[in-house]
Design a protein around this ligand. Structure first.
Ligand SMILES: Cc1cc2nc3c(=O)[nH]c(=O)nc-3n(C[C@H](O)[C@H](O)[C@H](O)COP(=O)(O)O)c2cc1C
Length: 185
């Protein structure tokens, strides 16, 4: 009998100081037998080296919309079609805004627009960015469209502030992702 294939999680990582936590998320998902396909924004690569996610996921890391593999099929469409779930952790205020408004000017937001996989977001940002009416309006739009948000939590923020904006711990995010995958139709 053929073994069932591993679920594919496209893991988007954006330009937050919390990007380093994506390494732990990757490690824990791989341990749970998930095929993790990392995608990083340009800003994310300033916070975390793609090589780290490549080594932990055992997969290539996609960082650019125009870094095409030797295939007729654009990488962002291939990843969008492969995804059983799109997790963006951490997600910046900027990428939340782009997702809410359907922008697709980088590889991650292009995948988000092209996929029909469930979207799971783990925001991380300064408390004032999180509480800004623009971010809250974007959050509502995304949730109305079915995106699931994990956190953010309240606590000490890397920017020196205390308040809501801290990304949920990797183990919380991984547990929720595994639940969503289990209950997917
Ligand atoms: C040190 C530093 C930390 C940052 N942390 C965050 C953050 O946690 N959340 C956020 O929304 N933006 C943060 N930013 C701002 C983003 O990096 C910036 O908006 C960037 O354009 C995001 O690009 P991306 O959304 O394409 O990844 C930070 C910037 C710097 C310089």
């Amino acid at each position: 009998m053929e073994e069932p294939r591993k679920p594919n999680v496209v893991l988007g990582v954006t330009g937050s100081i919390a990007a380093y936590k994506a390494a732990e998320i990757t490690r824990q998902l791989v341990k749970a037998d998930i095929n993790v396909l990392p995608v990083m924004t340009d800003a994310a690569t300033r916070f975390l080296g793609p090589l780290t996610l490549q080594s932990l996921s055992l997969n290539p890391v996609t960082t650019g919309l125009f870094d095409e593999e030797e295939s007729w099929r654009p990488t962002h469409i291939a990843l969008a079609d492969m995804a059983d779930l799109l997790l963006i952790a951490p997600v910046t205020a900027n990428v939340m805004a782009k997702l809410a408004h359907g922008l697709a000017d980088d590889v991650l937001t292009a995948i988000a627009l092209a996929t029909r996989a469930p979207l799971v977001l783990a925001p991380a940002m300064n408390v004032k960015m999180w509480e800004h009416p623009a971010t809250q309006a974007n959050r509502r739009l995304l949730e109305e469209r079915g995106a699931r948000l994990i956190g953010p939590e309240t606590g000490f923020l890397a920017c020196g502030y205390e308040g809501k904006g801290r990304m949920s711990p990797p183990e919380v995010i991984v547990e929720r992702v595994l639940q969503y995958l289990k209950h997917r139709g």
